[in-house]
Design a protein around this ligand. Structure first.
Ligand SMILES: [Mg+2]
Length: 375
């Protein structure tokens, strides 16, 4: 027995090694948002090993356009700055470890999210509880939307019909390249799917504040649930202007990475909703802090993803199941990828419902070794 820094009793488990892998996962079709196009998702998988044989899995999906991280920088960060903090520590003392990691390295949120996820996996396995239960969840199913990347209005309408036929009741439509065509995109999808389907719109910073107001006013008649990140991430005044001038709720995505960003957003009254992504905030531990700020400020929450496989999505799903305030769930990136590194276990999908695994920790039982390469 020993004490954590904060006085809680931990057992004598120790982290003995941290392995880092890279996974290159192809999208079914090129995925375009206002910031660019992706054909593959290059992710970093982390495996933390302990002296008791408990193993923790985590995944980073670094986004150079959003968090400034690359696969290479993520691997370097984990190997050179995170691993030295982890080895020798009791993995149960998650708070202490993550605090020390933050002190040792600024930024690198996806790298930190992978390590955070693996630590929570170990925590759940140690106490023999699925992670969502450990976080206090009473749910084991969450309902997700599905995202349609930017294409021609006609192609987007076709994808919309396919997804609705598969059982999705909420569509997230990417726009933000050209305001006039963006209106056509939303119209085409609404015409194709009818009135019963919920439509969310994500401009990924693609509009100026005035363009945003003009465009949102035009698409409001098609029944839009919310508009995500209409203006550049740094322009909180611009986003507050948009929020003031339209009826549709505004969600902040790229504008909010950390808990500090969330507090700044609250003060600036720039959004009605915060989109939490583990890859932006650095993992579940930080995501809990954002959720607390949002609850105190009476701001709704969305949970989103980058290009995670089912491994990273499972981590986010456990968090989403535990946080009541998360009203909007966008955990779908693995559904857009051809390859799946999770062979057994993890979160599953039936129509638009994602079931949490009942095994302890993340509940990942088997990883496809052929899809992850030593980094
Ligand atoms: Mg977004």
């Amino acid at each position: 027995m020993r004490l954590c820094e904060n006085g809680l009793v931990g057992d004598s488990m120790r982290i003995v090694d941290v392995k880092v892998f890279v996974a290159e996962l192809e999208y079914f079709e090129p995925f375009t948002i206002a910031l660019g196009t992706s054909t593959i998702s290059r992710n970093v998988v982390v495996r933390i090993l302990t002296d008791e044989g408990i193993v923790g899995w985590g995944e980073a999906s670094p986004s150079r356009r959003i968090t400034g991280e690359t696969v290479e920088s993520t691997i370097y960060a984990v190997k050179n700055y995170l691993k030295p903090v982890l080895v020798g520590k009791d993995p149960i003392c998650v708070n202490d470890i993550l605090k020390e990691i933050d002190k040792n390295l600024q930024g690198h949120s996806s790298a930190k999210a992978a390590v955070d996820m693996a630590l929570y996996d170990i925590l759940g396995k140690n106490f023999n509880l699925p992670l969502c239960k450990l976080l206090g969840s009473s749910k084991n199913i969450i309902v997700t939307d599905i995202t349609i990347g930017i294409k021609s209005p006609k192609e987007m309408a076709k994808s919309a019909i396919e997804f609705v036929d598969r059982g999705f009741r909420t569509l997230k439509i990417k726009v933000g390249t050209d305001p006039l065509e963006d209106v056509e995109r939303v119209k085409a999808v609404r015409d194709a799917v009818g009135d019963k389907i919920i439509i969310r719109v994500d401009a990924n910073q693609g509009w100026t504040p005035k363009q945003a107001v003009k465009t949102i006013k035009k698409i409001e008649k098609y029944g839009i649930e919310l508009v995500e990140q209409p203006v550049p991430w740094w322009d909180l005044d611009g986003m507050a202007f948009v929020r003031e001038n339209v009826d549709t709720p505004i969600a902040a995505d790229e504008s909010v990475h950390s808990p500090v960003d969330a507090l700044r957003l609250v003060k600036s009254k720039a959004a009605d909703i915060i989109n939490i992504k583990l890859m932006k905030c650095g993992g579940i531990n930080k995501a809990l802090k954002i959720a607390n700020i949002a609850e105190a400020a009476d701001i709704e929450l969305m949970i989103g993803c980058m290009g995670e496989s089912t491994l990273g999505i499972t981590g986010a799903a456990h968090f989403a199941a535990a946080i009541d305030l998360i009203k909007y769930i966008d955990l779908d990136s693995d559904l857009l990828l051809k390859d799946n590194i999770v062979v057994e276990g993890g979160v599953t999908i039936s129509r638009d419902m994602r079931s949490l695994p009942s095994d302890s920790g993340l509940g990942i039982k088997k990883i496809a070794q052929n899809l992850i390469k030593d980094a």
